[in-house]
Write a protein that binds this ligand. Structure first.
Ligand code: GCW
Length: 678
């Protein structure tokens, strides 16, 4: 059934003519299979080539005919050693793919320095075939530009997934460690196919239970499934674990007994899981315990763990998504205020993990001011793949353009061209330890992500973690070809739907720099009127500040001055109402309703127009998708159609509710052609 379970690894037969030629080119597979990773590569090629070409290649120890495919390392395969390829510079995870001749016969070679590199090369070759690229004269060298490419599961041990819209957690803790669900292997294959090499199994809001021996056994079992695919497991660590499971009276990071407890715990973890990746920590944020509970700093907390992890090669990923118990003057400023003073103080194996957006994964945020402001500390990007603020799993929103926009943003930290991507890949400040995290959208749903199109967000995240300079559109094209069809009459309309879908959701939810206007708590649907409750920054009115004069959060010098956290050229650009890009206008300024916009319309008219434009885009996607009825299998076509119907209703809901509410402040009529909300 076309239920989406196979993700982008469907390996449906290529069109006949193409398959004929490729079958001869890949008639014989020469790939060692004496390690688990080698077997994973060989099995994937047999499965993939068998599916795509209609017949799996024969296997042999050494090439003895035209059309051999050699896969391995100089150490694992003598025929590859004999080619004396230049594999320098490919590192431990890169690969080369070459069309060449071996013993006078035509051959294709996938070569790497390690088994994992060869596995990545195997997936790359399969992708070329799946996407219909020419494979007759290959000369490819690829290696990842980011070292730690990690999924963050916000999965609780009882299988509830925080902000998860694809069913329960895939980690079946109750049946672990004995029962290894085959889904774990498919998860590892999918991740390896896009280069993801780490997974944090449990939620950042975690219980200390995850660090008890019982759960370490279960984690070790999962690690054994991930290992052949080059994936390390990590755990979120609760800062107060020494109290909760260690029986100590304190978790003060400068207390010797606490330090000893973490050292012993970490030694125990590595006895159980020798290649354990390390810890992810959410501390002193949203009520989680942390070093500040003892008057210590984030660096004190992170370094304590880092010191114990270092001898084992583990890292600490310390989150910068922090906000305090006290109400802020501007929550957007807090991470910078708390972290910048510690630049240079963090241990070598600490990365600070910074969310995409100083507020919180909004449909659109300007890049986080920490990027560029902590040159001595490796900063990780934390993207959210699950769509907490973007319509959950029913709205079709391709996040590639959003990731790309942020990665290409110029921090000016070292002059023009200091993009966020260059901070993430370490090239700007010369960091070797680099990373990107994506909050997973994976659950037990048959299609893994809750909708077919949300698989694309998992996919593009992985591809951009491998190469933060990659193009969202090129990746969308690959994904569409692998997932739906290589027919250009499918690919072009689907890619074009995807590419405009992010701007559309921004338009119908939070246009022109508005943010955090979703319903309180669940974050689904409009709630710009939300006020009251325990703290100001848990309301919407805090963020939009609409009044009779205008709308928007003044973060310029006349307001919270959050703009001053950016490098001077950026601060100047964002800080002036005349130069700030319109998409961030209301993020940085409180703007009069009559303010003239680039379109010639007033701010109010522009706002209404944007809301309407977002709804129209969704209608357009419905029309486009309906033309593909004969070109996409019925099962998937139908679900996407129904979901687009939900999205249209809800885009309209967003528009009407927002305009009706903001109109009570603007007291202006709707511009001509924009109907009254019902
Ligand atoms: O976006 C908010 C979410 C919380 C989440 C928190 C965080 C894991 O609403 O559910 O908690 O961010 O990132 O820590």
């Amino acid at each position: 059934a076309e239920d989406g379970y196979e993700l982008w690894l469907r390996y449906r037969p290529l069109a006949d003519a193409a398959a004929q030629g490729q079958r001869a080119r890949f008639a014989q597979l020469v790939a060692p299979a004496s390690t688990p990773t080698q077997r994973a590569a060989r099995d994937e090629l047999l499965r993939g080539l068998g599916g795509l070409l209609g017949a799996a290649p024969s296997t042999a120890e050494a090439p003895d005919r035209d059309g051999a495919l050699l896969v391995g390392t100089p150490a694992s395969l003598p025929a590859i050693a004999a080619l004396e390829l230049d594999l320098d510079g490919l590192g431990a995870e890169g690969f080369a793919i070459r069309s060449t001749r071996v013993g006078g016969r035509a051959a294709t070679v996938v070569a790497a320095n390690t088994d994992t590199g060869a596995l990545y090369g195997a997936f790359h070759l399969l992708r070329l075939l799946q996407t219909g690229q020419p494979v007759d004269a290959l000369d490819i060298r690829e290696s990842p530009r980011v070292k730690l490419r990690v999924l963050n599961h916000w999965d609780n041990l009882d299988r509830y997934v925080e902000r998860g819209y694809a069913g329960e957690s895939i980690w079946d803790w109750h049946r672990l460690p004995d029962w290894l669900d085959p889904r774990y292997t498919d998860y590892a294959r999918a991740n390896a196919s896009i280069g993801i090499n780490g997974t944090v199994l449990n939620n950042v809001n975690t219980s200390a239970q995850a660090l008890t021996p019982l759960y370490l056994e279960k984690t070790a079992a999962l690690a054994s499934v991930m290992r052949p695919y080059g994936i390390k497991v990590y755990l979120s660590a609760r800062f107060s674990a020494p109290i909760e499971i260690g029986g100590l009276p304190t978790a003060d990071p400068l207390d010797p007994a606490v330090r000893q407890w973490w050292k012993d715990k970490i030694d125990e973890i590595y006895r159980t899981i020798p290649d354990f990746g390390g810890f992810l920590v959410k501390a002193n944020s949203e009520g989680q315990p942390g070093p500040q509970d003892y008057g210590r700093s984030h660096a004190d907390g992170a370094n304590m763990m880092a010191e114990a992890l270092a001898p084992h090669g583990g890292v600490v990923m310390w989150r910068a998504f922090v906000y305090s118990h006290e109400e802020p003057d501007d929550r957007a400023k807090q991470a910078y205020t708390e972290f910048v003073p510690h630049d240079g103080v963090f241990a070598d194996n600490v990365l600070v993990q910074v969310k995409n957006g100083a507020i919180d994964f909004q449909p659109r945020e300007p890049f986080h001011p920490l990027f560029g402001a902590m040159p001595k500390t490796p900063l990780m990007m934390e993207f959210q793949i699950t769509k907490e603020y973007l319509g959950f799993a029913t709205h079709l929103v391709y996040l590639g353009p959003m990731y790309e926009e942020v990665l290409r943003a110029d921090t000016h930290a070292r002059g023009p061209g200091s993009t966020v991507a260059k901070i993430i890949d370490g090239s700007l400040e010369g960091h070797a330890l680099t990373g990107m995290a994506g909050v997973a959208n994976i659950g037990v749903d048959r299609n893994w992500s809750g909708s077919h199109f949300d698989q694309a967000n998992w996919y593009v995240y992985g591809r951009m973690a491998w190469d933060p300079h990659a193009s969202a559109e090129a990746i969308a094209r690959d994904w569409t070809r692998m997932t739906f069809s290589t027919d250009p009459d499918v690919v072009e309309p689907v890619v074009s739907m995807m590419m405009g879908s992010h701007q559309a959701v921004v338009d119908y939810m939070t246009p022109l720099g508005l943010h955090h206007l979703m319903g309180r708590g669940h974050h689904y649907g409009p709630g710009p009127w939300v006020e009251g409750g325990p703290r100001a920054d848990w309301t919407s009115v805090y963020y939009h500040r609409a009044d009779a004069r205008g709308i928007g959060f003044d973060r310029s010098a006349t307001g919270s001055n959050a703009v001053a956290q950016y490098a001077p050229p950026v601060a100047r650009q964002f800080g002036s109402i005349d130069t700030v890009p319109e998409e961030f206008l209301l993020w940085f300024h409180h703007v009069p309703w009559d303010h003239p916009m680039a379109s010639g319309r007033s701010l109010w008219d522009e706002l209404v127009t944007r809301y309407g434009r977002g709804v129209d885009y969704v209608r357009g996607m419905r029309r486009t998708w309906s033309t593909l009825e004969d070109k996409v299998d019925q099962e998937r076509h139908r679900q996407v159609s129904v979901f687009l119907g939900i999205q249209e209703k809800e885009a309209q809901w967003w528009r009407d509710a927002s305009i009706a509410y903001f109109g009570t402040f603007s007291r202006r009529p709707l511009p001509a052609g924009e109907a009254e909300p019902p």
